[in-house]
Each structure stands twice: as C-alpha cells, then as structure tokens.
Design a protein around this ligand. Structure first.
Ligand SMILES: NC(=O)c1ccc[n+]([C@@H]2O[C@H](COP(=O)([O-])OP(=O)(O)OC[C@H]3O[C@@H](n4cnc5c(N)ncnc54)[C@H](OP(=O)(O)O)[C@@H]3O)[C@@H](O)[C@H]2O)c1
Length: 241
C-alpha cells in the first residue's frame, strides 16, 4: 500500500483515451495503456513516458475473451493491483446507420465492443478493483445514448446512428446495474459523456479537443469516496438518462 494509484484505460492509444491516460498520468498515477495494436500501443506508451507519465502497455482487445483475461494477468503482475478502470474503447460501426437499413452484423459488432467489451473487461478487473481502497469504474458513454434527450422534441441530435446510439443506451443501463451491485463494495461506477470531440470516431468533425473530452473521465476517475455512483455526467453536470 502507499504506492501510486493504478489505472487502466481501454483504447488509450489515441483520441480521448490517450488524453485520459495523459491526464491521469499527470496526477502521478501509474497508467496501463490498453490498446489492441502493438505499434499504436508502443507509440502511445513512449509518448506518455516522454511526458513523464509512468505508463505501461497492456495488449487488449476488449472484444476478445482471451485478450482480456491476459490483460488482467498482466496488470496484476506488472502493477500488483488496480484502482481505476476507464472503459473508453468503442467503435461506431460506420455510418449511416438508419434503423431500417442497418446491417444486423454491424449492430452485433458494435454491441460486442461497446457493451459486452465493457462487461468483459470490468469483470476481469473486478477482483483487483475489490482490493483497492478507492475503486472507480468510468464508462465512456455519449449523450446520444440518452433516451430522454432523444425523445425531447426540441432537441435535434442529428442523424440516428442506430447501432452506436443503442449501444450507449445499453451501456448506461449496464452502468446503473454495476453501481447497484457494487455499491456495498465501495466501487463507484458512472457513465461520462465527453461532448462532441474531434477524433477519428467522427472524422475529426467534433468541436472539442480530445483533452477537453477527457476531462469528464478524469473527474469521474478521481471522485472522492462519498462521490456519486450510478450516474451519467458531462462537464456541465448531470446528463438525463
Ligand atoms: N469523439 C466524440 O465526439 C465522442 C462523443 C461521445 C462519446 N465518445 C466516446 O468516447 C470514447 C472515445 O472515443 P474517441 O472519440 O476517442 O474515439 P477514437 O479516437 O476512435 O478512439 C477509440 C479507441 O478505442 C479503441 N478500440 C476500438 N475497438 C477496440 C477493441 N475491440 N479493443 C480495444 N480497443 C478498441 C481504438 O483502438 P484502435 O486504434 O486500435 O482502433 C481507439 O484507441 C468512446 O467510448 C466514444 O464512444 C466520443
């Protein structure tokens, strides 16, 4: 005990995930850089280390059982535990995704990554999180997954990406259920929305920088022990479900 806080960020090789890793690293935390591609992972780890972050690479494909199991073993061996898990990795599955035309195979792969991937990684890391003094799980969601916003007539949320949107709604439900189950264990589990951020995910159409997009995850990763759990937040506060 008494060592640095240890965090694992999935999809940390680029975009918002990279900036979450950098932001938590700047707090003096040891950061596991979860990424599936070896070269992209090594490049991100080298960049983080050059900036002073105590980063280590974690080979991780969130859609693959064996990869996730191996990642948990690596974190246990390399860091000896885990305090904070940021489930950031996600895909859109490509656009357009109008509900009447979306390929079921697209829905399947998006849910496999964005929802089942989160469950797979969280459950693999839970034994370590249970051993932490201040465990946190942050699920990177999106306001497009908010059914309340989607059904508010005056709010135009743009084209309807059926697979991606529903995956984030599903993820939010998963967040709530984990929070209920893990509350007694003191594990705070929340969903965060980064806002419309310029990354590969949207062809860099977003208006926020990845650093700005990372801020909500950093906030939720550093909540005090009496902080909220089972909530959905962005930089402005609570996002309606
Ligand atoms: N950008 C936005 O405007 C926006 C808005 C709302 C919510 N979000 C959410 O914010 C999070 C980060 O998005 P981003 O904009 O930073 O996207 P991004 O730049 O496309 O990055 C996505 C990351 O996820 C990784 N990833 C995808 N599938 C994976 C898998 N099976 N296993 C491991 N890693 C995988 C990617 O790795 P590779 O490099 O190997 O592909 C990449 O590192 C996502 O959850 C996204 O839904 C983003």
């Amino acid at each position: 005990m008494g060592g640095p806080t240890i965090a694992l960020v999935t999809g940390a090789n680029k975009g918002i995930g990279y900036e979450i890793a950098a932001g938590l690293g700047a707090l003096g935390w040891r950061i596991g850089v979860g990424a599936r591609d070896r070269q992209r992972r090594d490049t991100a780890v080298a960049k983080l280390r050059a900036a002073g972050t105590d980063a280590f690479g974690v080979p991780l494909d969130v859609a693959d059982d064996a990869s996730v199991a191996a990642a948990a073993e690596l974190v246990a061996e390399h860091a000896g535990g885990l305090d904070v898990l940021v489930n950031n990795a996600a895909i859109t599955g490509g656009m357009p995704q109008t509900p009447s035309r979306v390929d079921p195979a697209t829905v399947r792969v998006v849910v496999e990554t964005n929802v089942i991937g989160v469950i797979r990684v969280t459950n693999a890391m839970l034994p370590m999180l249970r051993g932490s003094a201040s465990p946190r799980v942050v699920n990177m969601s999106s306001s497009v997954g908010s059914l309340a916003l989607q059904t508010t007539p005056d709010i135009d949320m743009g084209p309807v990406p059926a697979a991606y949107l529903a995956s984030k709604t599903f993820l939010n439900a998963v967040t709530v259920q984990y929070a209920k189950e893990l509350g007694d264990a003191g594990i705070l589990v929340n969903s965060g929305c980064p806002g419309f951020t310029a990354t590969d995910l949207n062809g860099f159409q977003g208006v926020r920088t990845p650093q700005q997009g990372a801020a909500i995850a950093i906030h939720l990763a550093t909540l005090p022990d009496d902080g909220p759990t089972g909530g959905f937040f962005d930089d402005a506060g609570t996002v309606p479900w």
